[in-house]
Design a protein around this ligand. Structure first.
Ligand code: GLA
Length: 408
């Protein structure tokens, strides 16, 4: 059996590890988290909010080029239980960071601090206050089954869950896209990760049974039905860790911007392949490769939406493979483990397409498959991966889940 998101749960306080069935410790239910909150803080929680992780179906490394992306929210999420405090302090604890609790004062200057994980909620608080939100003292306890640093946007789900835990019940309201921008800025300013807007936007704006076509030029979103009961997405985790702060991601952004300047464009969104090729002699070889990926990927994303709407899953799958090849060869953000998963999946019956998802250099690949064949396909990929690398990759199935919200 592949991991069902809400499969066997560990009793409160315990973690279950099963290499085939789980990407990490199971998250608690909202009721369990509330009980755990009382143990940690010594008083009851007032409520629980949630924000999901994501996979991107197609449209990779296009968000910071004003392009299109097509992510879904997944059935893995960060929960945050919270309760008001009488003072102006925010206290933070996490089930994943048991020895690293943190607190900060809402009226002081909020600055980067240690522990590292606390910078995400602190950055969000700073952004909300700058936006004019009236925050009040709170105790907050996080729990997540989005694997940390696994390429499924654990950071964005933490940021958005933190935002809701601080906003809910205060009377302050922030528009969805504005909230995503505030969370993105927190990651830039407090963590040093120069991410685009995709992860935070889908965590806030995702809908169950929908893939979200986001136009990163203006923040407008179109919700595309992605609820065919015969389809499921398999997520295969290489367990190769990569951090957006380590320079490779920033280098790709810089190459795109250099190409944009040399081609005299506002952004690569305003170019197509012909424009890029016509200006090829102005670009370095790497800039040409990066620009070619971006303009091709933006076009593939638009075509993928047409294929999805038409129910043409074979075409959607072909575009996924083409996206992967472009990310591997022109954008150079894949790795042997991701390539292997795609190649293991490709010849299998009832696989429509596969590709790396997210920033790359590790993290996860996704495979679009017939739902009733997901177990067989997942097993074959895991076993093939183990034969190549000496350890299995972890596979779980997901459908499109809803964006962030109040649980109770
Ligand atoms: C990371 C970033 C996103 C996006 C992807 C690549 O996930 O956080 O903004 O740029 O990489 O598509």
């Amino acid at each position: 059996m592949l991991a069902a998101h809400r499969g066997a749960r560990a009793p409160s306080g315990l973690t279950l590890f099963s290499p085939h069935a789980s990407l990490g410790p199971m998250a608690l239910s909202a009721a369990e988290l509330k009980r755990y909150f009382s143990q940690v803080y010594g008083h009851p929680a007032a409520g629980v909010v949630r924000a999901p992780g994501r996979v991107n179906l197609i449209g990779e490394h296009t968000d910071y080029n004003d392009g299109f992306v097509l992510p879904i929210a997944i059935e893995r999420q960060t929960l945050a239980a919270y309760a008001p405090r009488a003072d102006r302090t925010i206290r933070l604890a996490s089930r994943q960071q048991r020895r690293a609790e943190a607190s900060f004062y809402l009226d002081g200057p909020i600055r980067r601090a240690r522990p590292k994980w606390a910078n995400y909620p602190m950055g969000v608080a700073a952004g909300l206050i700058a936006h004019g939100a009236e925050l009040a003292g709170r105790d907050i306890l996080f729990d997540s089954d989005v694997p940390i640093g696994g390429g499924l946007s654990s950071s964005a789900s933490l940021e958005v869950a933190a935002a809701l835990a601080m906003l809910t019940g205060t009377g302050s309201r922030v528009d969805d896209y504005q909230l995503a921008l505030i969370c993105q800025k927190a990651e830039h300013d407090f963590v040093g990760a120069p991410c685009g807007i995709m992860d935070q936007a889908i965590a806030v704006m995702g809908r169950a049974g929908r893939a979200m076509l986001l136009d990163c030029r203006d923040g407008s979103a179109r919700q595309i039905p992605f609820d065919d009961p015969h389809l499921v997405i398999l997520v295969a985790d290489t367990k190769v860790k990569h951090d957006l702060t380590d320079g490779d991601y920033a280098a790709r952004r810089a190459q795109c911007h250099a190409a944009t300047d040399k081609l005299d464009l506002k952004t690569l969104r305003y170019a197509d392949e012909a424009t890029v090729l016509a200006g090829a002699d102005k670009l370095t070889e790497k800039e040409l490769m990066r620009a070619r990926h971006v303009v091709g990927e933006i076009e593939r994303t638009v075509r993928a939406v047409d294929a999805l709407v038409a129910g043409d899953h074979a075409e959607f799958g072909r575009l996924m493979y083409a996206s992967h090849a472009s990310l591997r060869d022109d954008y150079q953000v894949s790795c042997p483990e991701l390539d292997r998963i795609v190649e293991l999946a490709r010849p299998l019956r009832d696989v429509y397409g596969a590709r790396m998802t997210g920033g790359g250099f590790g993290g996860c690949a996704i495979i679009l498959v017939r739902a009733d064949q997901a177990d067989r396909i997942g097993r074959a990929v895991t076993e093939g991966f183990a034969a190549a690398f000496g350890h299995p990759c972890v596979v779980f199935a997901t459908r499109a889940a809803s964006g962030a919200g109040v649980v109770c």
